[in-house]
Structures are given as C-alpha cells and as structure tokens.
Design a protein around this ligand. Structure first.
Ligand code: GLU
Ligand code: MG
Length: 471
C-alpha cells in the first residue's frame, strides 16, 4: 500500500551508499564522544501517546547503530500512556522488527546527564525503507512538501511545565510564589540556573524563561527552527528539564493537567512561512497584514483544528485543560493577540513583523507527539494554501463572553470536548488522514479510542493522577 511518506521520497531509503555515509559519520562521532567521556547515546523516538521512548548504545556500538539501526518492535506504535499495548488495525502485533536509526546531525551531549549523549531516531524497516508510521519522517516529508510548494517553514514549541516536590505521587508545588512572581525565581534560583546553563550548553537558543500562571508552573520559549529541528528541540528541552529536576530532588510534569483545578500545561506552537525570503505573516494586504498565502495557511489550520486535536490534545486529561477562559484556546477561531482563541496571530511590536510575526496554535498540549503536531499543522496549512482558503472574521473578545447566537453568527465553534469526539473528527478529515497515510491515521484513531476505553468511568481526579507524571 503506497503511503504519503513513500510518495514524497522525503527520506532517503538506506541503500549501501547511504549506510556507508552514516557509518563514516558515526565513526568520527564515536571517537569524539569517547574523548568526552560519554558512555551511552540515548536514541529516542516519541510514541503516538506522546511519550518519549529510548534505546541506548555505548559509543563503541554507535557505528553499527547508525549503519544497521537498533532493533525495536513495531508494537511501540500501539503503546498507551499506561504502557498497555492496544490491538490496532495496523499496530500492536508482537511480530516484526523495525530499526531505529539515530540522526547524528542532531547528536547532542546531554548537559544535565554527564556521560550521556542523545540523538533522535528515524524508524526504518529491515529493508531500509522508512516505516510508514514513523512520525519524525512524516514531519520531514511534510516540510519537504511545503518546500516543493515554495515555502520555508519555521516553528517553535513553547514548553510549559510544572515542578513538584519529589517523593510523592501527588502534586505538591516546589515553589510557593505567585503567578509570574519573582519570588518563584528566588525560590528556585539554583534550579533555574541549572536549567538555563544546561540548555545553553546543548546549543538550545532560549528566548525566554519565566514563572507561569499555575502553581509550580514555569515556561521556556525557544527560537524558531525548521519544523523537524523544532520538534527535536522540544524533546531535548523537556528531557533536560526533567534531568535537572531530578538532581534537585524535584518532579517534572508536562502533563496537560497536574491538578483538576486551575490552568494546565500547554505546548503552544508558533509557525511562520517565508516565500523567496519574504515573510507571509506580515506586511501583506490580508487581514492583520497577512499575505494571501499566510492567510490561506492559517485558514487551513483553523478549519482542521477540531480534527487536529486527536494529535495535539491526545489524552483524556487534555480535555480537562482545554476549557474556556483558561488561556488554552478552547474555541476554533482566530484573532490578533487573543489568548482565548485556538489560533492567535502574533505580530510583535510595530516594525518587527518582518522577522517576528507568526501564527500561534494555542490549543495543543504537552502530551502531544511534537513530530505528529508538525506533520498535522503542515498538512492542514498546505491544504489551505492549495484551496486558497479564506479566513473568517477575527475574534477580538473572549469567545466565552459571546452568547451562542453570537458565536454561531461568527462561526466560532467550541472545540471537541472529549478525546472520543476528537478521534471522530480526525477520522472524518480526508486531508489529514491522507497525509498521515492509512496505517498511521488508523493507529491514531485506534489509540485514542483505546484510551477512551481505558478512562471511561474514571473521575477527573483519576484521569489527572493517571497522566500526571507520564509526559
Ligand atoms: N497554560 C496555558 C495553557 O494551558 C497557557 C498560558 C499562556 O498563555 O502562556 O495553554
Ligand atoms: Mg505560557
């Protein structure tokens, strides 16, 4: 069965020449790592439930891993967040073997884990073909499709997290200071220094670090990169923060909701497009200065946000976060600098639009696989460009403050309120299911329904407890 990944040819298949290139690259990398006292290279991928999984090799085995891959069961596609394995239409079988090939272009020393390095993996079959359910390869393939259409895409994931005291399954905030309070930076001064120091040593280009609204909540934002690099960075930043927390005896949660009350952890995604070096997000004749292509891309994303929730809000707890008036963007509408819409246009200060203007998708959370998020957004936005989609009127109030009739008139839809509804919307979306390919699209739907089954009958407290320390 042909798949979009195969159709695009975005990934090289691993012929003898490509394997030799990777072997030579790994050979010199391994020498370097040994000189740096590295004893293990963590090779990660993110599963469809948003959990980063890993296999590791010592430097002496890196050459073999880069050339032939590290064996991994295809059943990983079927993992739920509680490590149970569902039986899906195209995932869950104990039979077969995939190969994890580390991308050594992104090899990084893990600054908060001395002796360890990290590289993200692409997943191939034993034949050296891209695995049709490899999320990172799909993200790369969609980026290539954007390039073929004439667009350079930049993205960045904001990382919000919650720091809790160690030694308990419950959540006890590790700091008592108020939202955005300097007190929190004082309380967590050494920890915060270690986070920033580690990220800098790893080459992560941090834009900003601040205490967030929720109890014990912090945030790091980073500079935009190409979409696959942005997703890689999201993984690296999170695991680095987790490692720093461990050293300080603290627990880290990226879960959409650590307590049933209050705001949750989002993972907002910023996207901007350039064509022939010019931004499509600013200085144009469209609404709020968008160029026609920027507007159509945004309209394509907006039209598919309800379906994209199956990717960007992938767990039952996501829907405890995604509620009105919690800055989570619970309504499918867009607006300029509006923190209550799913799609917020960020123009930046007057004069900075050429480099800073972007579209922020606010509704997604930290349980999402960032590679799938990248792929889904690009598929949706590209469809918008191809359809010359037009944006509805922007919304410049909290959509929750409008009555039903006013929302209907402005075509402002409340986003799906449950994981099951999001799965139904994704399944019914021809653009997204075609881009993801039959197997991966079916697996996402099967997994979401399996999680609905797992959590049916649970109280919100139980769902939060189940999810709290998983992501
Ligand atoms: N924590 C909020 C969320 O759940 C976002 C707060 C903000 O606007 O940065 O997405
Ligand atoms: Mg924030």
């Amino acid at each position: 069965m042909p798949t979009p990944i195969a159709e695009t040819g975005a990934m090289v298949s691993l012929d003898a020449q490509e394997r030799e290139r990777r072997r030579a690259q790994a050979h010199s990398a391994a020498e370097r790592l040994t000189g740096q006292d590295v004893v293990g290279v963590a090779v990660t991928w993110v599963d469809n439930s948003g959990i980063t999984r890993v296999k590791s090799v010592p430097p002496a085995k890196l050459e073999n891993a880069a050339t032939w891959g590290i064996g991994a069961t295809p059943a990983f596609d079927a993992f739920l967040l509680d490590d149970s394995i569902m039986s899906g239409r195209y995932a869950g079988s104990p039979v077969g073997d995939l190969r994890l090939h580390p991308d050594l272009d992104r090899l990084t020393l893990l600054a908060a884990q001395p002796g360890w390095a990290w590289a993200p993996a692409d997943r191939y079959t034993q034949d050296g073909e891209v695995h049709p359910q490899c999320a990172r390869s799909l993200a790369r393939a969609m980026t290539t499709r954007m390039q073929a259409a004439g667009f350079e895409t930049s993205m960045a994931f904001e990382v919000e997290w919650t720091v809790g005291k160690g030694g308990t399954e419950e959540f006890e905030p590790a700091c008592a200071g108020p939202a955005y309070g300097m007190t929190r930076l004082v309380e967590l001064s050494g920890y915060s220094r270690d986070v920033l120091t580690a990220l800098a040593a790893e080459g992560v280009d941090v834009d900003q670090f601040h205490p967030e609204y929720g109890a014990g909540q912090l945030e790091v934002s980073v500079a935009a990169q190409d979409p696959v690099s942005a997703a890689d960075t999201a993984v690296l930043v999170r695991e680095t923060i987790r490692a720093v927390g461990m050293k300080h005896g603290l627990r880290t949660s990226f879960s959409p909701k650590v307590l049933t009350e209050g705001v949750g952890n989002g993972a907002h995604v910023h996207v901007s497009l350039r064509r022939d070096g010019t931004t499509m997000m600013s200085g144009g004749p469209g609404p709020s200065g968008l160029h026609a292509h920027g507007a159509s891309f945004t309209a394509g994303v907006l039209a598919r946000v309800p379906a994209l929730l199956a990717v960007g809000c992938p767990t039952a707890a996501s829907y405890l976060r995604l509620i009105p008036s919690h800055w989570a963007g619970a309504y499918a509408c867009w607006g300029l600098e509006n923190r209550e819409v799913a799609v917020r246009l960020v123009t930046g200060p007057v004069g900075s639009g050429a480099w800073s203007a972007n579209v922020e998708v606010k509704c997604f959370d930290g349980a999402a696989n960032p590679y799938l998020v990248v792929a889904g957004l690009l598929a949706a936005g590209l469809a918008g460009i191809e359809e010359s989609a037009e944006l509805p009127e922007p919304v410049d109030v909290d959509p929750a403050s409008l009555d039903d009739a006013a929302r209907a008139e402005r075509t402002v839809e409340r986003l799906p309120g449950s994981l099951g509804d999001a799965a139904d919307r994704f399944e019914a979306d021809p653009v997204l299911t075609a881009a993801f390919g039959t197997e991966l699209a079916a697996t996402i739907v099967d997994l979401r329904r399996a999680e609905v089954e797992l959590t049916t009958g649970m109280s919100p407290e139980d769902v939060v407890a189940l999810t709290r320390w998983k992501h």
